[in-house]
Design a protein around this ligand. Structure first.
Ligand code: PEP
Ligand code: MG
Length: 577
């Protein structure tokens, strides 16, 4: 048995065999082949094997993501069947007489270089298909197993260096019982996706992809961040799972109740979502609205800029599903660690401080306009809030808002119906905005505090960094003062203030968030799976006590002091958490 400790990023307990995703380094040499005919047979075998695999993945993905999106695999098959490519392989093999790995690499890389140098987005997209196909054929040529997430059909724990949002989006919850990664922390996107899907996860394990072997049994506790490889007592784990299931069932009693403290103060508890499908299960968790719809996934999971109609359908779906509750859609928050297949960001020294989110949109007005038009058209299907990310100055906010109003007028002139009560607000994720929230509140209808980034920018700590994660301090008094200023600023102008960063769903922060600014936040938006526990905790505390706690915390100097106060506060409640 081997025990490891990482960052508990998504709660839950499970055990299963590992599914290891390791990007193997291929050893491509220029060695000559001993037998050209045999080399050609080996190359053809790897082409055939690749075709067979892609057809299988295509079948599975049609069921999971639909015919239209699965069409990408047709493009892969076309590449493998292209007679010109097959001829080129023969010609180069005949003339250079080198080994098959080299030949495959050379032929596919040539095509990739031609496509990727073209300006046409269609060919740029084909270039990434060629790269995918090249890697698959090479892996098959060298007989290396290819980890296909789509094909998982038994219970597994995924082990990877990191998982991208699009990789996580295709995971099947019925089979994926957890995931472990080398890098990342509580606010990395792999963690956020894990919580959205309700899959336990432990991240930041440094070298888990090296430590775990394919026949191991892996047990994971996503609350404590504990991982056991080949646990000596599996019965203990089975009991822990049973206890957790019982506790989760108890928590579900709170899901349909309002989140009201013992002394009658209510706060809205809402969900963060990444895709329209996420809104299907919100009711079962007791969500009271969508506090953050991260629209960037719509762009990231696409092969091209999503059209106005495509976006309209997604927004309409979410608004209709939640038509009695507010749905806050965040406009495109791209850049930083969120990239697009079809748009190349210039390289920057500090992409998190660079050309991203609202900065990108204000510089690419056609892209921004398409999204706002889609949102405004969908607004009649429910109650919409439009929220701009990464606002640093009032000028940025007013420019974004004025464009939005102008495009709404344009739509009305075209004869489209648009709701008259769209709220236009902003995220508070940069200290410059939190500090003068009272000034911003003259212009914005609401605030939602994005602590994932607000912490990153306040402490100058990369939210993905493993080595300096000690600086990632949600309960640090300096952050609490920024939240306090945000709430007071909003209240001064009768606006509402919410939080949609991960801190909002953390039981160690919730009592503080209810007491800051005396009124506390109006809404807490979190991964849906965290909602029942948050409601349960809120129903066990007094608002007046939260105010006292928050006042004391604001006077502390360190996060440790605040955590001590919070721990004492929670201990006195005498409840399981
Ligand atoms: C945040 O920064 O807190 C936030 C909610 O946005 P994201 O995690 O998508 O950057
Ligand atoms: Mg953010």
């Amino acid at each position: 048995m081997k025990k490891l400790l990482g960052v508990g990023a998504s709660s839950g307990i499970s055990f299963a065999k590992p599914f290891i995703i390791k990007k193997e380094k291929l050893n491509i040499t220029q060695d000559l082949t001993k037998d050209i005919n045999n080399e050609l047979i080996l190359i053809n075998n790897s082409l055939d094997k690749s075709k067979k695999q892609i057809n299988e993945i295509k079948e599975i993905s049609i069921k999971k993501i639909g015919e239209e999106k699965a069409a990408v695999f047709d493009a892969h098959i076309q590449i493998l069947e292209d007679p010109e490519i097959i001829n080129e392989i023969k010609n180069i093999l005949d003339s250079e007489k080198k080994n098959g790995g080299y030949i495959i690499d050379k032929v596919f890389s040539n095509i990739y270089n031609i496509f990727s140098s073209m300006d046409d987005p269609y060919f740029k997209e084909r270039a990434s298909d060629v790269l995918d196909v090249k890697n698959r054929v090479l892996y098959n040529f060298f007989n290396i197993q290819i980890p296909d997430l789509m094909s998982i059909n038994t219970e597994v724990i995924i082990i990877a260096d990191d998982l991208t949002p699009s990789e996580t989006a295709i995971l099947n919850k019925d089979f994926v019982k957890g995931f472990l990664t080398n890098i990342g922390g509580r606010t990395s996107h792999a963690a956020i996706m894990a919580r959205t899907l309700g899959i336990p996860a432990v991240l930041g394990l440094k070298n888990i992809t090296e430590v775990v072997k394919k026949d191991d049994i892996i047990a994971i506790d996503g609350d404590e961040g504990i991982v056991e490889i080949n646990p000596s007592n599996l019965e203990d784990w089975k009991n822990k799972i049973k206890d957790l299931e019982t506790f989760n069932k108890e928590l579900l009693q709170y899901k349909d109740k309002k989140a009201t403290t013992l002394d009658g103060h209510s706060v809205l508890v809402e969900a963060n979502i990444g895709t329209p499908d996420d809104s299907d299960s919100l009711e079962s968790f007791g969500s009271e609205g969508v506090g953050l719809y991260r629209s960037e996934f719509l762009y990231m999971d696409n092969d091209n800029w999503p059209t106005e109609d495509e976006q309209f359908e997604s927004y309409k779906y979410v608004l209709e599903k939640n038509n009695k509750q507010l749905v806050v859609v965040r406009t495109l928050d791209i850049g930083g660690d969120k990239n697009l297949k079809y748009y190349k960001f210039d390289k920057e020294e500090n992409p998190f401080l660079g050309y991203r989110a609202i900065r990108f949109c204000l510089d690419n007005l056609e892209i921004f306009r398409t999204q706002i038009r889609a949102l405004a058209r969908a607004s009649v299907y429910g109650k919409l809030g439009i929220m701009f990310p990464m606002i640093a100055t009032i000028n940025e906010f007013t420019r974004a808002k004025n464009h939005t109003l102008e495009w709404i007028e344009e739509l009305k002139k075209e004869g489209h119906k648009v709701s008259n009560d769209i709220e236009i607000g902003m995220m508070i994720e940069i200290p410059s905005a939190a500090m003068i929230a009272d000034k911003f509140a003259e212009h914005a209808d609401f605030f939602s505090i994005g602590t994932n980034d607000l912490i990153q920018y306040s402490f100058a700590v990369d939210r993905m960094s493993e080595k300096i994660k000690y600086l990632y301090q949600p309960n640090n008094p300096s952050l609490l003062r920024l939240i306090n200023a945000t709430i007071l600023g909003a209240k001064k102008h009768n606006k509402w203030a919410a939080m949609c960063g991960e801190m909002a769903g953390d039981v160690k922060s919730i009592p503080l968030l209810l007491g800051l600014g005396k009124t506390g936040l109006d809404a807490l938006s979190m991964s849906a799976s965290s909602i029942p526990k948050a409601k349960y905790l809120i129903s066990k505390i007094k608002h007046s006590d939260c105010i006292v706690l928050a006042d004391k915390a604001l006077e502390c100097g360190t996060e440790e002091e605040v955590n001590k106060l919070v721990n004492e506060f929670l201990k006195k409640l005498n409840i399981k958490l």
